[in-house]
Design a protein around this ligand. Structure first.
Ligand SMILES: Nc1ncnc2c1ncn2[C@@H]1O[C@H](COP(=O)(O)OP(=O)(O)OP(=O)(O)O)[C@@H](O)[C@H]1O
Length: 718
């Protein structure tokens, strides 16, 4: 049953040529187990990932970025490299305001004070230093007053060394955004942020962005949004000074400026939190509008007229179609963002998204129409009338080569007579108003998965999956773990077994009440060795630090879901490991997935066989207990159902059992409850001892060629 530790190396795919399964020993083996002839052999077109471009494709990566023309945005010149050393010793002291508004909106203030410390400048006298500090403080103040920023007094201090953040200077973010970056401690922009900020914030382009999971895509679209809002305010401040006109005319603060749509509620809440964290001190309100939360509460939040709304299509459309004022005044919308865009077009269940997109002013960018299309009386300034930007992001964006070409050649036009239905990312983007010169930033590599993700699999019988799962969680379960199931029934089955086995797990699936969903997420976040058993509702976007292991208890239906699930670990350059439990019925699906990723190596998870007899013993007891408990609760449910129904039709339930039958039933109950107690005692006694192996050998593992992460994890088990 158990497999020996082994490494299966697959020769890496050279450039864009994928290895055929017959050239690959591991795939060949899987194929021979159950190869499905109907699967495309090497069919690039039918392969779910064949369209993902990656770094090997001509139009992928930074190559696809077009030249940046910043003249029209009146941006400051790039920082000179010569100043680098001098800047290297600049220290910024941030004064952070204590946060947390009751309504969850963000309007806190941040004041920054710059202290300049010149390198090796010991001769600088304290008095001089003080003067400099004062001057810097004054500069800062005047800069902030121009931007019309609320500065509050209730602040705490945090010191940062600006030199450590030098890599950001090229992006020329607004000083207030830089302060947020310092506060968050992000030393350098991630590649997707580096690529998107110039195109989106400085060139004003639409962006189609693809990058690995956990690579910082949220800020890749979030920073350009905040940058533009700040620039507009700054400009408005200048206009006020020059012409004495009202700020509101140039940078109104109470209109909807950015609408960000995500496929799941949890993701919407997370994106909101992330943007709020950056928007602290900028006086930009970010609000989440999602299902499962009282509509009245969300209507109250909308009354605060947030500039940025992050939401799920269902609730957004519910409020929009009900005429919610802040949501239908879309003439001022400057950003429309689809996060996890490829999910939006799957299964065709995002009708609401289609309706929302249809509400967007058709002539995105044709300014005249926009002002007349709503009843809003506020004059839309020239600043706002800049074209609406559309951002479409995902780690697995299945862009067709044709769509890319169209975008590149500028052939993309908004089609008025488009066929109904948003069944492709192309249609979706076009319909949302994506413009012809959009920047396509595809940083997905040939492997698609995060660099530091260690992937492995355990081949086993379907009925042994529980045993391997228990083994992984008990012997290997350091850090947080997410166990993914495809069905809710499987989720219920394993969570019940694991609880009986004394493992505390939280569950997350779409049939749970929203409150319970959020609670489960909170509890999981709080526990550094927490275990979450989830369906694919948790597969996309969730960013929980310290998730070290992802287990695919059941394989997902498609390769992209596998990528997103696995992407809950190894985020933001951290280590992580993904383990797929593969039964014979999974092999053809697994083989086709492996084929989708041109993998350098795919290894067996090193199972130590000597643990398994003990694992099976515990599991057998747990299964018996589970079965008895289920029978018992089914019995009770049946009884209460009968009683309830009898009561509703005012019937007295006669106890028709004879005396003999009643005695026998009572005896049965007593026996089974004694059995249950005995099984429980037996299990408890086993559980009171740690799972042990007597035959563990370091030498054996070291020779198996497993990766350092797995080696380390296995040593921990020992
Ligand atoms: N420049 C940065 N430096 C370090 N960490 C960053 C940086 N930008 C974002 N992060 C952090 O990286 C993590 C992942 O970011 P994010 O959730 O935006 O990834 P993502 O690419 O959207 O992932 P997914 O595809 O799974 O949705 C977050 O915890 C975020 O705070």
């Amino acid at each position: 049953m158990a497999s020996n530790p082994a490494t299966y190396s697959q020769t890496s795919k050279k450039k864009s040529k994928r290895k055929r399964p017959q050239e690959n020993p591991e795939l060949q083996r899987l194929d021979s187990l159950k190869w499905n002839p109907s699967l495309p052999d090497d069919g690039e077109d039918e392969n779910p990932f064949s369209l993902l471009g990656g770094s090997n494709e001509l139009e992928g990566g930074f190559l696809c970025l077009e030249e940046i023309d910043e003249a029209e945005y009146g941006l400051p010149p790039k920082p000179e490299r010569d100043n680098r050393k001098q800047k290297a010793k600049q220290t910024t002291t941030l004064k952070k305001q204590k946060h947390g508004n009751v309504d969850g909106t963000c309007n806190d203030g941040v004041e920054a004070k710059v202290e300049e410390k010149m390198e090796n400048d010991e001769s600088v006298k304290p008095k001089k230093k003080k003067k400099k500090k004062k001057a810097a403080k004054e500069n800062q103040k005047s800069e902030e007053s121009a931007v019309v920023i609320n500065v509050k007094d209730d602040v705490e201090e945090v010191s940062v060394d600006e030199a450590e953040f030098y890599a950001w200077s090229e992006l020329r973010l607004h000083p207030l955004l830089m302060k947020s970056v310092y506060r968050l401690g992000f030393k350098e922009p991630t590649p997707i942020q580096k690529a998107c900020v110039p195109a989106a914030a400085h060139q004003g382009k639409d962006v189609v962005g693809a990058a690995e999971t956990g690579s910082g895509k949220t800020l890749a679209f979030g920073l350009p949004i905040l940058q533009r809002l700040l620039e507009e305010r700054e400009k408005a401040g200048r206009m006020v000074e020059e012409k004495g006109e009202e700020t509101e005319k140039y940078a109104p603060t109470s209109l909807l400026r950015a609408l960000i749509i995500t496929p799941t509620r949890e993701l919407a809440l997370q994106v909101t939190d992330h943007l709020k964290a950056v928007a602290r001190g900028i006086n930009v309100r970010v609000v989440a509008i999602v299902g499962g939360i009282l509509t009245e509460k969300q209507e109250r939040l909308l009354k605060t007229r947030p500039e940025i709304i992050v939401g799920t299509p269902g609730r957004l459309w519910e409020l929009m179609s009900g005429g919610e004022k802040h949501l239908v005044e879309l003439h001022s919308l400057s950003f429309f963002v689809l996060d996890e865009a490829d999910r939006m077009v799957q299964n065709g269940h995002f009708h609401e998204l289609q309706s929302i997109i249809d509400m967007l002013p058709m002539s995105s960018g044709s300014t005249d129409n926009n002002t007349h299309s709503t009843q809003n009386s506020v004059t839309v300034s020239s600043l706002q009338r800049k074209k609406r930007q559309t951002f479409v992001f995902s780690a697995t964006i299945a862009l067709s080569a044709d769509f890319r070409k169209k975008l590149k050649r500028g052939l993309l036009k908004i089609k008025q007579s488009m066929a109904d239905g948003l069944n492709s990312i192309e249609t979706l983007s076009e319909r949302a108003g994506m413009r012809a010169n959009a920047a396509i930033i595809d940083l997905t590599n040939a492997l698609i998965l995060a660099n530091k993700l260690e992937e492995s699999f355990i081949e086993c019988r379907e009925e042994d999956k529980d045993a391997y799962l228990y083994y992984i969680l008990t012997a290997h379960g350091q850090g947080r773990t997410i166990v993914f199931c495809t069905s809710i029934a499987a989720l219920r089955h394993i969570s019940s077994l694991l609880r009986i086995l004394g493992i505390n797990v939280w569950t997350l699936h779409a049939q749970m009440q929203q409150r319970a969903r959020l609670k489960a997420m909170d509890r999981f976040r709080e526990n550094e060795h927490g275990i979450l058993v989830a369906t694919d509702v948790a597969a996309r976007g969730l960013d929980i630090p310290g998730v070290r292991t992802v287990v695919h208890y059941q394989l997902p239906h498609s390769a992209d879901v596998y990528v997103h699930r696995s992407g809950r670990t190894a985020r933001a350059s951290a280590d992580g490991c993904s383990i797929a439990l593969i039964s014979s019925s999974d092999t053809s699906k697994f083989a086709s997935m492996c084929k989708s990723f041109s993998k350098v190596s795919f290894q067996r998870f090193p199972v130590e066989n000597s643990y398994m007899p003990e694992v099976l013993k515990r599991l057998s007891l747990a299964r018996q207990i589970d079965k008895m408990k289920r029978n018992d609760s089914q019995e009770k449910a049946k009884k209460t159902w009968l009683e309830r129904n009898a009561e509703s039709v005012e019937l007295d339930l006669d106890n028709t059992d004879s005396e003999e039958e009643r005695v026998s039933k009572y005896k049965q109950m007593k026996v089974s409850s004694m059995q249950l107690r005995k099984l429980q005692q037996e299990l408890n006694s086993l559980l009171s001892r740690p799972l042990q192996s007597k035959t563990f050998s370091h030498r054996y593992l070291a020779g198996a060629g497993i990766s350092p992460l797995l080696q380390h994890q296995f040593e921990e088990i020992a």
